[in-house]
Design a protein around this ligand. Structure first.
Ligand SMILES: NC(=O)c1ccc[n+]([C@@H]2O[C@H](COP(=O)([O-])OP(=O)(O)OC[C@H]3O[C@@H](n4cnc5c(N)ncnc54)[C@H](O)[C@@H]3O)[C@@H](O)[C@H]2O)c1
Ligand SMILES: [Fe+2]
Length: 294
């Protein structure tokens, strides 16, 4: 492909940034040409401006694939809160919980370290202070800007640590039923935290995160602190008027029943699932799917 283009500027939500990343990646593979890459996010959600990952959908197989390559990490991420002012409320909610999911998954993922922990903790702390205000008052530039920073920080956290089964299932819910990415994550999140907390190491990690971010006091036992984390997630979803089950979102029950076994199997081979802290069986993924369908 002949081109005099030197720079790709991606301006938009995660979908637009990921499309630019795929263009960048496949152009380099086919022609050897590598572009300078600048990302300007207009949602505070995916953190794609700070990750080497892109998510592309295989429409025929009805599966979303996340793949990463260092060349897709933007050289520059430009954060300007003016660009997120027009985001509609339901998308503020979905993308905001996507940020929370990135931070929570990164905090327990297999690739985590002190650097990813640090970004995840700060991101969750900002979310507790700024997400609801951003949802209720779009003109509050300070908190909208804070959410933009939280989104990028959570991206930096999971770019190092990896994600987990929450995203593994969400990608397949998106691919199969076209449920928005952040909403799929949100509906799953309390259930995945509950599932992962069967592992004592995970329970303790979630408890630590809940305590350092002020969701639970330091005097709580790990179990009580994690319960408060789950209550926090449910509470903020309710305040942002988000559906808490697939049926409440509008999922067709027959379609879901017909697709769920395949979905569970696909979720287990998703790239994100490979760094999950407690690998579920297909039956355990099905159990989570049944729980979120109610
Ligand atoms: N690359 C990564 O690291 C990564 C991580 C998580 C998710 N993702 C992927 O990102 C995609 C989701 O991205 P998203 O949640 O940002 O949503 P999106 O980019 O799909 O945008 C959602 C909707 O909001 C609109 N929109 C975007 N910015 C707006 C603005 N400022 N004002 C008004 N409307 C606006 C879009 O046009 C679209 O209709 C999914 O495909 C998901 O799988 C990627
Ligand atoms: Fe995500």
């Amino acid at each position: 492909m002949a081109s005099s283009c030197d720079v790709i500027v991606a301006f938009g939500g995660g979908s637009a940034i990921d499309a630019a990343k795929a263009i960048l990646f496949f152009t380099a593979r086919q022609t050897g040409k590598v572009f300078e890459f600048i990302a300007i996010p207009t949602t505070s959600g995916t953190g794609s401006d700070a990750t080497a990952a892109t998510v592309i959908t295989d429409l025929q197989a009805k599966v979303k694939h996340l793949f990463a390559d260092p060349m897709m990490l933007p050289a520059v991420a430009l954060l300007n809160p003016d660009f997120t002012r027009s985001v509609p409320k339901p998308i503020v909610a979905n993308t905001g919980i996507d940020v929370l999911t990135h931070a929570l998954e990164a905090y327990v993922a297999q690739g985590r370290d002190n650097f990813s922990d640090c970004f995840a903790e700060k991101s969750v702390q900002i979310i507790t202070q700024s997400l609801l205000i951003t949802y209720n008052d779009p003109d509050n530039t300070y908190h909208r800007k804070q959410m933009q920073v939280a989104s990028t920080m959570a991206g930096m956290a999971f770019n190092k640590a990896g994600l987990g089964i929450n995203h593994g299932i969400a990608h397949n819910l998106g691919g199969m039923f076209h449920i928005p990415h952040g909403l799929a994550n949100a509906i799953l999140l309390p259930h995945v935290v509950t599932f992962n907390s069967r592992d004592e190491g995970c329970l303790n990690r979630y408890a630590q995160l809940a305590k350092v971010t002020g969701i639970a006091p330091f005097t709580d036992t790990a179990r009580v602190a994690v319960d408060k984390l789950i209550v926090y997630i449910r509470d903020i979803m309710e305040k942002m008027e988000m559906p808490t089950s697939l049926i409440a979102w509008g999922m067709d029950r027959n379609e879901f029943e017909a697709g769920k076994r395949q979905l569970a199997e696909n979720a287990l081979v998703d790239t994100c699932t490979q760094t999950t802290p407690l690998m579920p069986t297909a039956d355990e993924v099905l159990e989570i799917l049944n729980n979120i369908s109610q």
